[in-house]
Design a protein around this ligand. Structure first.
Ligand SMILES: Cc1ncc(COP(=O)(O)O)c(C=O)c1O
Length: 375
């Protein structure tokens, strides 16, 4: 801990009232340095805490908070869109965007069957939007293409139909990249339909696709009518997501954010650290080092005879334990007890490398792979 950290810590310890232990977790990311469960197991940093201290405290619901307004304009500009809207979580961002894009039933949303909106958002598309989801298994086994989308879209409007009103893509999806050429082809086709089909992106981890060089944020901005980006995945902010779109779309989205309970009063405390996360982690180039570690771990796993479930393209390594001749019992408990690594729940079968994973913990991960595969 630096002297500056000590200083802040002792000041805050003076406030150790209100049932709070004298502790300043912001100064120390050591307890997530070995946490490979997900890239949301990061610790917000002292710079984020300082940004909170400097934030304006206007009313976000009334659009009166300068820190929030500035972040919203900043992200809209990064994406090449007109406007954006701060929300509490990625799930809220997707649901607000879908509710805004859809009008009244019957209607449907086309998505990859592995998408977050399909199986990880509590059935929100049905309950919040009254829509069915058309789950599509990509023909190429990797990502949706125009061929899949054309085959599974409902373009007719007879009494039997729930027409496809939204195509919801995800990038990255389970750590894999949706190629820009395929996104462009789908977008051009969707927009040429009558009525045009709304293009939504669950870009919770779009930062990773951009960091991998697969696209720029603006390339993606051009292809979608709404985009949800998470500040808590990979880039390490404590709270928050954002939806990007046209001014008209974002104006309408405020209505859905309101009824979902996501309108925020002193929203600057969320917006300020989110801005630090973008600038220091994403634009600061810290994601690439995590990708490099994931690549090394993935190559090592395969060199040792391990099998993967899917290719390693960003910060996630998906191993196939069964095909690698291992059982869960030979894997997860050993990682924890013998190598002091956190791997497993809430999602099994993967390690996720985030920017606060230390070289030391990464070295232990490699030793762990050698141990389980060389026995
Ligand atoms: C691809 C994707 N979209 C959306 C979300 C939802 O984010 P949140 O947990 O902030 O609701 C997640 C969460 O992990 C995710 O992985």
């Amino acid at each position: 801990m630096t002297p500056e950290h000590e200083n802040i810590k002792s000041t805050v310890n003076g406030l150790a009232l209100h049932g709070l232990a004298p502790n300043l977790a912001w100064t120390d990311s050591s307890d997530v340095s070995n946490d490979f469960r997900s890239d949301f197991f990061t610790k917000p940093t002292i710079d984020m805490l300082k940004a909170i201290a400097m934030a304006s405290l206007g009313d976000g619901d009334m659009d009166e908070d300068p820190t929030t307004n500035s972040l919203q304009q900043y992200v809209a500009d990064l994406m090449g869109h007109e406007a954006s809207l701060l929300v509490m979580t990625g799930t809220m961002g997707n649901q607000v965007a879908l509710r805004t894009a859809l009008r009244s039933p019957p209607h449907s949303v086309l998505a990859d069957y592995r998408g977050h909106i399909v199986s990880w958002e509590g059935g929100g598309v049905a309950s919040v939007c009254g829509a069915i989801v058309t789950n599509v298994v990509p023909l190429n086994g990797h990502h949706l293409t125009l061929k899949d989308v054309k085959k599974h879209s409902t373009l007719t409007e007879t009494v039997y139909d729930a027409p496809t009103r939204v195509i919801s893509l995800e990038n990255t999806l389970l750590g894999t990249i949706l190629p820009l050429a395929d996104i462009r082809a789908i977008s051009t086709w969707a927009r040429s339909q009558n009525p045009p089909i709304h293009m939504h992106l669950d870009g919770a981890r779009l930062w990773e696709a951009a960091a991998a060089g697969a696209c720029t944020l603006r390339d993606i901005g051009e292809c979608f009518d709404s985009i949800q980006l998470c500040f808590t995945k990979g880039i390490g902010a404590p709270i928050g997501s954002i939806i990007v779109g046209s001014t008209a779309f974002i104006t309408r989205a405020k209505w859905a954010r309101k009824f979902l309970g996501g309108s925020i009063r002193a929203s600057g405390v969320i917006a300020a650290p989110a801005r630090v996360a973008i600038d220091e982690v994403f634009l600061g180039g810290k994601l690439q080092a995590a990708h490099k570690k994931a690549r090394i771990a993935s190559d090592l796993w395969e060199q040792l005879g391990g099998k993967l479930q899917r290719p390693t393209e960003t910060n996630m390594v998906w191993f196939d334990l069964e095909a690698s001749g291992l059982t869960s019992g030979q894997f997860y408990p050993v990682a924890a007890t013998k190598f002091n690594l956190k791997i497993g729940e809430p999602v099994l079968g993967r390690v996720v490398v985030h920017y606060q994973i230390t070289d030391d913990a990464f070295g232990r991960l490699c030793d762990f792979f050698r141990f389980v595969l060389c026995k």
